[in-house]
Design a protein around this ligand. Structure first.
Ligand SMILES: O=C([S-])c1cc(C(=O)S)c[n+]([C@@H]2O[C@H](COP(=O)(O)O)[C@@H](O)[C@H]2O)c1
Ligand code: NI
Length: 383
């Protein structure tokens, strides 16, 4: 299982993310050629291997020519990304990151999301940072990205609105919709930007302490400012064995129709649940209700939580980690006089169990006119 750990000891910005990904091994030529699929001119990726505070890493920034300094609305940005020839996965991730920035700006400036007018954040370099991060993410295909506490800096930052407090209002709103702890230490200035925080909030899972995994390599992406301390995002890449720990997410509802309940299970399984099921319960005021249980990997937690809160009538949910034991499973085909049957084999220690796939047994029973019992007995003789 591939792990990336974003160590945000001096915050995170779009440039720092791209720099760290390139330092980790993403080819800048590949990145630029993918970005050209946006069909917009006026930019170049400048990635330079360099040293800061004696540490080698990569400084990456987007170089814009005159055409690049456009102001855009969220609608324009959505159109550019959707109409590009990037993969659907990259488009989906980039749009989700941008939406976080747009929702935050809408809230801060009290305008509808679609009409958010990006001056700095919407400038071409943010599009490049966000789409670039999505490209790197889908190229590396991590199973999980962990994110540390974020050192956001302190003081004031000068931007198009004037002098704003750090973290900037947009950054703060993005953080309010994420689940990352923030702090400020040793940095006078803005170390976490809206773009950087939105990327981490979308791709990452917060971890208050260093996660347990086997580190394999590191990438340092330098920021452009000099804060006196090392201004870099460090991504540590590593691996850990397949999770034997999964999450259980639960909620109770008593005011959904049966049709809605069925739909919710379909959505949950589509959005990454390992299993999802209902148990009948009696709730307050003796109301018959349903208890929803969802099993999922930690990396799918935010998608599962979102589905439950969006698609059910619940006002909250519970979640907790559980250990699981999985038997090793594989398949083999056997030939019988009535046709091929796939056997599912499950093993654990000295336990060995072979079971015919139900759909194969059913098909043979229907085609031969025999009962399911007779077909099962017949299969036993040929396995
Ligand atoms: O462009 C806008 S509207 C803007 C809003 C805010 C608010 O907090 S509101 C902040 N900023 C600042 O712009 C720069 C660029 O940010 P990136 O995420 O594009 O790197 C940064 O200093 C923001 O705090 C812009
Ligand atoms: Ni703003």
């Amino acid at each position: 299982m591939k792990v990336l750990y974003f160590d945000c000891f001096s915050g995170i910005s779009g440039d720092m993310v791209l720099g760290a990904f390139i330092d980790l091994g993403i080819d800048p030529v590949f990145l630029e050629s993918e970005l050209k699929k946006l069909n917009i001119d006026g930019f170049k990726i400048a990635a330079e291997a360099t040293m800061k505070k004696g540490i080698s890493g990569t400084r990456c920034h987007v170089v814009l020519n005159e055409d690049g300094h456009h102001h855009r609305h969220f609608e324009d940005i959505k159109r550019i990304i959707s109409n590009s020839s990037l993969s659907d996965d990259v488009k989906k991730t980039a749009l989700a990151i941008f939406r976080r920035v747009a929702v935050a700006e809408a809230k801060v400036h009290n305008v509808p999301v679609e009409q958010v007018h990006f001056h700095e954040v919407g400038a071409l370099d943010s599009i490049i940072d966000i789409v670039g991060a999505a490209i790197c993410f889908h190229a590396l295909k991590p199973d999980i990205i962990y994110g540390s506490k974020i050192n956001v800096g302190c003081g004031w930052v000068r931007c198009a609105h004037g002098l704003l407090p750090v973290p900037a209002p947009a950054t703060t709103e993005i953080l309010c919709d994420a689940n990352f702890e923030i702090y400020s230490k040793c940095i006078d200035g803005e170390s976490a930007t809206p773009t950087g925080v939105a990327i981490l909030a979308e791709l990452g899972t917060y971890t208050p302490t260093t996660p347990s995994f086997i580190p394999e390599k590191t990438g340092y992406g330098f920021g452009g400012k000099d804060f006196g301390v090392l201004n870099a995002l460090r991504i540590i890449q590593g691996r850990k064995s397949e999770p034997n720990q999964i999450m259980v997410v639960e909620t109770n509802v008593d005011d959904m129709t049966g049709e809605m309940a069925g739909y919710v299970l379909e959505r949950l399984l589509k959005n990454g649940a390992l299993d999802a099921f209902y148990t009948p319960v009696y709730m307050k005021k003796s109301r018959p209700g349903i208890h929803l249980t969802v099993l999922c990997e930690e990396s799918k937690l935010s998608s599962i939580e979102d589905t439950i809160l969006r698609e059910t009538s619940t006002l909250g949910l519970r979640k907790y980690p559980v250990e699981r034991i999985c038997m090793h499973r594989y398949f083999k085909n056997i030939s019988t006089p009535l046709g091929e049957v796939t056997m599912k084999i499950a093993e654990h220690g000295d336990i060995h169990r072979e079971t015919p796939e139900y759909e194969d047994v059913k098909k043979i029973a229907q085609e031969s006119g025999k009962s399911l019992w007779e077909v099962m007995e017949m299969v036993e003789k040929y396995k």
